[in-house]
Design a protein around this ligand. Structure first.
Ligand code: SF4
Length: 330
């Protein structure tokens, strides 16, 4: 079995599938404009065929994203069908999900029973007022907290929280998130703000960088760095007293493109080889035209071979991605 690789010698093992670009939140670092959903969702059977073919090419992990994936009826059944597929090793793929957590408390157990192994919840503040200011949704905080706790009780493991830090909105929340991680028994990962929001308000000044995050957390509790896996995006730290772990995903100040192992499928069935791609590759159209598996496999190999070497955030001549985050999926 020849693995899926690109011309830079990277092996692609992680597939992210966005099952909708609809979302019930309007986070300030993402849906800054007035765009609603722009693309039509595909039937789950289409995503399933795409997943099956990518697995034949060596994909090992599948992450379901959005928009907000739990808004799609049938997502539990989709997890069940994905879990019935096999990787080249003859084992089920690892199936994970990224959600804003608003609908998670009622779905955590059914998702676990269907074969979901891990979940990441996007949460950018640990106080209800600040949470409402960032998501522009009132009364969301309690729902998300319930969702995180339900995920833990259901046995999803790990349960991680991703917090996008945006200067002027939540950089002061770092120590409180440290306390939250220890208290709730979950891993909190801080993410540097990337220019993927709707009306392009990003600037280098809005980024809270790795060094500042570490300095803010050290005021709370000393940290010890933990070695990370080859394709892991997060730098990992545990608290020196052994209670709790955090991570930092620093694509702006410490890019990790050199060992990127990911490709994405958008909710309307386009392959995106990089978050910052300036074009899409229409897999759904190829399938609609009746292409057989061999043709689709060859198409995927050709597209991935041309995967971008890296992003050019903050560089002269940086060209923004052709889609914003809500229309790509994390
Ligand atoms: S910016 Fe593109 S190449 Fe870099 S890690 Fe992200 S998806 Fe991979």
């Amino acid at each position: 079995m020849t693995h899926l690789t690109d011309k830079h010698g990277r092996t692609i093992t992680d597939l992210r599938i966005a099952v909708t670009d609809r979302c019930n939140y309007r986070c300030v670092y993402c849906r800054t404009g007035t765009d609603g959903p722009l693309y039509s969702d595909l039937p789950f059977s289409d995503y399933l065929r795409m997943a099956r073919l990518f697995l034949e090419l060596g994909i090992e992990k599948i992450r379901i994203t959005g928009g907000e994936p739990l808004l799609r009826n049938g997502v539990v059944e989709f997890v069940r069908e994905l879990s019935k597929l096999r990787t080249w090793r003859g084992i089920p793929p690892e199936v994970a999900l990224t959600t804003n957590g608003h609908l998670l408390s009622g779905l955590a157990q059914p998702l676990k029973d269907a074969g979901l192994s891990r979940v990441t919840v996007s949460m950018d503040a640990v106080d209800p007022d600040r949470f409402a200011r960032i998501t522009r949704v009132s009364h969301g905080y309690e729902s998300v907290l319930d969702g995180i706790r339900a995920a833990r009780s259901a046995g999803l493991d790990p349960v991680k929280v991703n917090c996008v830090l945006v200067r002027g909105f939540n950089e002061d929340q770092v120590p409180a998130f440290g306390q939250f991680a220890r208290q709730e028994g979950i891993v909190v990962r801080f993410i540097e703000f990337m220019p993927l929001e709707e009306d392009r308000v990003w600037s280098p000044a809005t980024v809270v960088r790795l060094e500042e995050i570490l300095a803010r957390m050290a005021e709370f509790q000393p940290l010890v760095e933990i070695p990370r896996g080859a394709s892991e995006t997060a730098l990992r730290y545990r608290f020196a007293d052994g209670i709790g772990e955090i991570g930092i995903i620093a694509p702006v100040s410490h890019p990790f493109c050199g060992h990127c192992s990911r490709v994405r499928i958008t909710s309307d069935g386009k392959i995106r080889t990089c978050l910052f791609s300036v074009w899409d590759h229409d897999l759904a159209e190829l399938m609609r035209r009746g292409a057989d598996d061999a043709t689709v496999l060859q198409f995927i190999r050709g597209v991935v071979d041309r995967k971008e070497a890296r992003h050019h955030i903050g560089e002269p001549g940086f060209v923004p991605a052709s889609r914003t985050m809500v229309h790509i999926g994390g």
